[in-house]
Design a protein around this ligand. Structure first.
Ligand code: GLC
Ligand code: CA
Length: 565
């Protein structure tokens, strides 16, 4: 495998709006990010992905971009951004921007010109179609609910396509001029010195432009827009062209947000010379997906969860690619609340989850607050939520007969706002996030769970994460954690999450095997090892495991990282 500069890196996602506010307006800003670079450096972070900081009306929290070339004034100025880049560079850190090019905002000048003259040049930047029999051109449900076709104002029967909110019109990738504009923009940012991009919702750029209607999958008579995307072929041609025209020239790191990929295409996506450097592994996150929205989201067992992750590991390994491993992000509930069984929802469990995730084969991405074990946040009413999809799902739950209480409960479990509550820096007012009023109310548990408290306590989740990242990057073990094969262990045992990372002898003569053993169960569990312990590299609890032993007992919620002979 050809070695790349990002293979051994650890990444961290910042949701700038909720990270740190330095001017008291209640909104996190770029100066706040710069202020915390040393904190991130100390945690061992190399790559920082910033969720969108462009000019935006924030219908979808910045994932609706009104100008790709300017910084949203809430976040600061282009000077602030350049300063951040410079400071990151000084510390040997890389910045990734979020590339949101499936759609733009309805406030973008392209779209405004398209609405003025739908048949003109800019009309061709979007998917504008005639209705059928006085109705929309096809029956797609947008990802945020409602019809994906919106009437073009002032026309009799024209509609534009939006797979997300109606304020997020889809860009027409079939139009070469649109693609050229996008590549120009990417290169403009790369020339500033970015490390690369996280690439938003990218599978959606290829449509079936016949736009057929499908068998409805709900009482609204609509079929999920995903159905049409599944029916589209050739996204790879766009992705290769984009790579050639942009990222490749800079040896940039790219991480794709890819749902609904055709399975046989994995190699083309992340294999050697794939479309992306890596893409997120969402196999665990999609387990919960119900047939019909959050109110019938599925419960999944420990085994299903573990097996889904193992399966993804093996598939990526087979094609010689790396997945980006995550527990949570700005679209998902907090991992500690979602993946830990009730008895493990405490510090030991959070450390265990951190370990089993971060030592998998691939590129670990932490999400802000994960390193202190932030959790989901309970709200008393839907009015306390901000997120557009939460409101839609709540509505849908009520329409499908849920009580108010049930609808709210499904938001607690699923809402994207769970991860968007501001970062908890201290136990002071507003968790040290802002001196003003936070744009989204804090999770009240900031008094117990916060950076300041955890910095002062050697056995905190934060200090454990620091050790874990340091272990992953330690010169003696780095190659094993980066290039070692993933081998699942004890798969027939319930509650045991175990694997080893094995590096066969390389040309440089390095080899080794490290076992990661975790007990997600309630009861202690004894495991017999194939090879005796050489050294305990890390554990989240006092451990009795010693060199030479071939049997270890794991307490409930215990994880051991072992070098074996
Ligand atoms: C991605 C983003 C999400 C956004 C959507 C539309 O899934 O992560 O936050 O709502 O794309 O851009
Ligand atoms: Ca601010």
């Amino acid at each position: 495998m050809e070695k790349k500069w990002w293979h051994d890196k650890v990444a961290y996602q910042i949701y700038p709006k909720s990270f740190l506010d330095t001017n008291g307006d209640g909104i996190g800003d770029l100066k706040g990010v710069t202020e915390k670079l040393d904190y991130l450096k100390e945690l061992g972070i190399d790559i920082i992905w910033l969720s969108p900081i462009y000019k935006s009306p924030f219908v979808d929290q910045g994932y609706d971009i009104a100008d790709y070339y300017s910084i949203g004034e809430e976040f600061g100025t282009m000077e602030d951004f350049d300063h951040l880049l410079e400071e990151a560079k000084k510390r040997g850190m890389y910045i990734l921007m979020d590339l949101v090019v499936n759609h733009c905002s309805d406030q973008h000048v392209w779209f405004q010109k398209a609405m003025e003259d739908p048949e003109g040049r800019y009309g061709g930047y979007f998917y504008i179609r005639k209705g059928k029999d006085g109705k929309e051109p096809a029956n797609y449900r947008s990802y945020f609910g409602g019809n994906a076709w919106e009437p073009v104002p002032g026309t009799k029967d024209l509609y534009y396509l939006h797979l997300f909110a109606k304020e997020q019109p889809d860009l027409n990738w079939e139009n070469p001029e649109v693609r050229r504009e996008i590549y120009k923009m990417i290169n403009w940012w790369m020339d500033k010195g970015l490390g690369g991009f996280r690439i938003d919702a990218i599978i959606n750029i290829k449509k079936n432009i016949d736009f057929p209607s499908y068998e409805p999958d709900g009482p609204d008579g609509l079929a999920s827009a995903a159905r049409m995307i599944e029916d589209a072929h050739g996204v790879g041609d766009f992705l290769e062209e984009m790579k050639r025209e942009t990222f490749q020239k800079y040896d940039a790191f790219t991480v794709g947000e890819v749902f609904n990929m055709k399975e046989e295409e994995l190699k083309e996506f992340i294999g050697e010379d794939g479309h992306f450097s890596t893409m997120f592994d969402f196999s665990a996150h999609t387990l919960m997906q119900g047939s019909d929205g959050w109110h019938n989201s599925r419960k999944f067992s420990f085994r299903e969860w573990r097996d889904a992750l193992f399966d993804a590991q093996e598939k990526a390994q087979e094609v010689g690619g790396f997945e980006a491993n995550i527990i949570e992000n700005h679209d998902e509930p907090r991992g500690a609340s979602r993946f830990l069984p009730e008895w493990a929802q405490k510090e030991a469990g959070k450390k265990m989850l951190a370990t089993t995730s971060m030592l998998l084969r691939g590129i670990p991405f932490l999400y802000q607050g994960q390193e202190i074990g932030m959790t989901n946040c309970r709200r008393n009413s839907i009015d306390e939520y901000d997120d557009i999809s939460t409101k839609d799902q709540y509505r849908q739950a009520l329409a499908d007969g849920c009580s108010l209480e049930e609808a709210l409960a499904c938001c607690y479990e699923n809402s994207r706002d769970n991860a968007r509550t501001p970062m908890q820096w201290s136990g002071d007012a507003n968790g040290g996030f802002t001196s003003g009023t936070p744009w989204l109310a804090m999770n009240p548990n900031f008094r117990e769970i916060n950076v300041k408290e955890q910095e002062s306590r050697p056995d905190s989740v934060l200090n454990y994460y620091r050790k874990l990242v340091a272990l992953r990057k330690a010169p003696e073990y780095k190659d094993i954690f980066t290039y070692g094969r993933f081998v699942p262990l004890y798969e027939d045992l319930d509650d045991i999450f175990a694997y080893s990372r094995v590096l066969e002898e390389t040309e440089e003569g390095r080899s080794g095997e490290i076992r990661i053993l975790a007990n997600y169960g309630k009861q202690p569990c004894a495991l017999t090892l194939e090879k005796p312990v050489k050294q305990v590299l890390l554990s989240n609890m006092e451990t009795g495991a010693k060199a030479g032993q071939t049997e270890v007992t794991l307490d409930s919620c215990q994880v051991l990282v072992l070098l074996t002979q």
